[in-house]
Write a protein that binds this ligand. Sequence first.
Ligand SMILES: Cc1cc2nc3c(=O)[nH]c(=O)nc-3n(C[C@H](O)[C@H](O)[C@H](O)COP(=O)(O)OP(=O)(O)OC[C@H]3O[C@@H](n4cnc5c(N)ncnc54)[C@H](O)[C@@H]3O)c2cc1C
Length: 463
Amino acid sequence: MKTPFLVIGGGLSGIAAAIRAARFTSDVLLVEKHSRIGGLNSYFYRNSVLYETGLHAITNYAEPKEKRAPLNRLLRQLKIRRRNLSFCQQYQSEVVFTGGETIQFSNDFTLFESDVCNTFPKSADKFCSLVTFLEDFDPFLPSPFRSARKFLNGFLGDTVLTDMILCPLMFYGSSHEQDMDLNQFAIMFRAIFLEGMFRPEGTIKDFLDLLLTHYEQLGGTLRKSCGVRKILHNNGDVKGVELHNGEFIECDNILSTVGHLETLKLLSPESQVIPHEKTRLGFVETIYRLKNTKELNIQQNKTIIFYSQGNAFNYQKPVDYVDFSSGVICFPSHFQGLAPQDHIEIRSTHLANYDKWASLYQKPDKYTQQKETTSQLSSQQLTNLIGSFRANIVYENTFTPITIERYTSKIEGAIYGSPAKIPDGDIGFSNLFLAGTDQGFLGIIGSMLSGVSIVNQHVLPKL
Ligand SMILES: Cc1cc2nc3c(=O)[nH]c(=O)nc-3n(C[C@H](O)[C@H](O)[C@H](O)COP(=O)(O)OP(=O)(O)OC[C@H]3O[C@@H](n4cnc5c(N)ncnc54)[C@H](O)[C@@H]3O)c2cc1C
């Protein structure tokens, strides 16, 4: 078989890249290792109930009239009509430091601004200057790593405020321990605080189905359960791929969305690819499905809570299986316009230690037991912040860095990939490029824009 353009990986960056290319040629083949597309943002069924994996909220909300906003630019590039999608905005989210302060935010930036200024009056002017500075800052100019934490501490002069601002941004997109790159910070500040969060009406499956139908209508081809085992290359040119089933596909151009190290592994499956960075950050997430009764006393207007115990935020690989001292609590049904349901979900996310979980992998009983312990301990932490809900649980399930590794092939289950990003997607081949998490754009909108921009830059000129 021969194809002019092959996309490896049916996550959101791969799907977006394939759609963008299919607008110009129907000779596009998207291959996905699993039986389902979506990658980190997918779904599974238990007892006929659909559970989403990954999706808390989509960042970068924009009204249709804001033509230059990333969300609207993305839809235009993919030629998806906004009226075919219905977007539900968040109610209100918050950053809670249990040592004292809480800052609330919504898709109306003035709430965040006034909360910061009222809670940190001494830093109010400096915070307003920060916002002005970020409005003019170009985060896409190539530059070496600059510490956002150092920059903010210098700018704001208050380490607690710095940590409260960094907490959601690092949880939703930092592959660095205790810090993030200044460029990445500027992108995430805009995506989460200035623009805000939403989710599509319906489930992630509906969203993925819409993308897939659009791709297939443009003439593109998807092959599921179709893992690439090896990328064949010679003198800096790739020739094609060998699949796990032994089949060979000859290709003129390949876009890999599986990660940088993961792509190097496909280029030389025989040699051991060792992460050059010290730490790849892993997470656990527990989904609680609850019977929605009168006794359940959970505030309906909170969408996401980012918390940290005490007065600082510690973002690093924990020594133990899980670090419960900080986390994210998400209520997927608490978005505007969603009708009340007889069951609701809560999702909790914490930093996790890949090596500890990997050490249990050969001992299935202990692995399962540790997942149950995690679910219980996480719910205890959550109870302190949102009230008791254990009595209402009808289903609970925890995924670990091992689950992520198994389902997306991300080395060490690192959701945000390698700390070293490759903004131009060039990994030293004339016809193999990288998009997705390791290109540097994170989250759903970021990864989709990454797929689109690398296709625009490297692939369309050759088609
Ligand atoms: C718990 C969690 C919560 C999240 N919450 C949010 C959120 O609320 N909002 C948000 O915007 N983002 C969120 N994200 C992040 C978001 O899901 C990711 O940034 C984005 O989906 C990454 O997409 P990707 O296409 O780059 O990578 P992936 O989703 O990892 O896609 C890569 C694909 O490649 C496939 N693949 C791997 N190896 C091969 C191979 N050899 N052959 C063929 N296929 C292969 C994998 O199976 C996978 O489908 C969350 C992620 C997680 C895990």
